[in-house]
Design a protein around this ligand. Structure first.
Ligand SMILES: [Zn+2]
Ligand SMILES: [Zn+2]
Length: 267
C-alpha cells in the first residue's frame, strides 16, 4: 500500500551497550536507516537510585553517553537522532530524578515502572506465583499513574508491563485502563505502543490492544517503540502496530525534540 511507505517512522525506545543492549549506538543507527525510519531515539536504562547496574547505566557514564549521542546527531543527516533515556519511576526519589533529567539536553524522557517495592515485575514469573493478581494490577496501574503525575516524563513506557508473564486477572480490568488513560490525559504525557512484548512470554504488545481506543478517546498522544535490545529488533512489528492504532482511531503520532512534543499526521 502506498500510504504505508509515507508513514513517518520513529523508534524512541532502544537500548545499547550503555545499559543492557547488545550493540553500540552506531549499529542501531545503521539498522534504523535500513528499516527506513525517519528518527531513532536512544533510551538506555537509568535508575535514579544508582542501583541495578547489571542492566542500568552507571550515573558516571551519563556525560559520555550524552556526548556520544550528540556527536551522532551531527554525523547522521540521513536520520534524526534523538537522545532519550528510560528512567525508572521510583517513588521517593524525586530529587535525584529531577537532577538527572535536567543535567543533559535530552529530547525526551521515558518513564517506566519496572519495580514494585524491591522486586522487578519483568524478570521472571516467580513474582506472580501465589499472589493476588487483582492487587498486583491495581498497585502497578497506580504506580504508572503516579509516574505520569510527577511531570518528569514525556512518554510512559510499556504501561501495562505486568502482563509480561501472562498472569492476568480473570475479572474485567477496564476501569484500570480508564484510570490510566485519564491520568495520561490530565498530566499531558504520551504513551508508547511497545512491540517488544511480542518477544516475551506475553506474545503481544503493551498496552493491551483491547484498550487502545480508550487512549484515543482521551486524546493521549502515542509513539510506536520497539524497546529493542538488539539492532535487528529496531522497528520490529511496526506495520501491525500502525494498523492497530489506526483501527483505534489514531491519526497522528508524537515526536519529540528538546522535550517539546510535536504531532505528525498521516498515520
Ligand atoms: Zn522498560
Ligand atoms: Zn526498555
Amino acid at each position: 500500500m502506498a500510504a504505508r511507505t509515507m508513514i513517518y517512522g520513529t523508534d524512541y525506545h532502544i537500548h545499547t551497550t550503555y545499559s543492557d543492549g547488545r550493540e553500540g549506538p552506531e549499529a542501531c543507527i545503521e539498522a534504523a536507516v535500513k528499516k527506513g525510519l525517519r528518527e531513532i531515539g536512544f533510551s538506555d536504562h537509568l535508575n535514579p537510585a544508582g542501583e541495578h547496574l547489571k542492566w542500568c547505566m552507571d550515573h558516571n557514564r551519563l556525560p559520555e553517553y550524552a556526548e556520544h549521542i550528540m556527536k551522532l546527531k551531527a554525523k547522521h543527516p540521513e536520520i534524526a537522532v534523538r537522545m532519550g533515556i528510560e528512567v525508572d519511576y521510583l517513588p521517593n526519589r524525586e530529587n535525584e530524578t529531577r537532577r538527572l533529567i535536567n543535567s543533559f539536553p535530552f529530547d525526551y524522557i521515558i518513564g517506566s515502572v519496572h519495580y514494585m517495592g524491591e522486586e522487578t515485575v519483568d524478570l521472571g514469573p516467580e513474582f506472580y506465583i501465589g499472589k493476588d493478581l487483582d492487587l498486583i494490577y491495581e498497585n502497578y496501574f497506580n504506580l504508572v499513574c503516579e509516574a505520569a503525575a510527577t511531570g518528569f516524563f514525556d512518554i510512559i513506557g510499556h504501561p501495562d508491563l505486568v502482563r509480561i508473564h501472562r498472569f492476568i486477572p480473570d475479572d474485567d480490568i477496564t476501569h484500570l485502563y480508564s484510570m490510566m488513560a485519564s491520568a495520561f490525559e490530565i498530566h499531558d504525557v504520551a504513551f508508547e505502543l511497545n512491540t517488544n512484548g511480542r518477544n516475551r512470554p506475553l506474545n503481544d504488545f503493551y498496552p493491551d490492544r483491547k484498550y487502545l481506543s480508550l487512549f484515543a478517546e482521551h486524546g493521549v498522544p502515542v509513539c510506536v517503540n520497539s524497546d529493542a535490545h538488539f539492532p535487528e529488533r529496531i522497528g520490529q512489528y511496526f506495520d501491525e502496530a500502525y494498523d492497530l492504532l489506526r483501527l483505534a482511531g489514531y491519526k497522528e503520532m508524537a515526536v519529540f525534540a528538546r522535550r517539546e512534543r510535536y504531532m505528525i499526521p498521516g498515520l
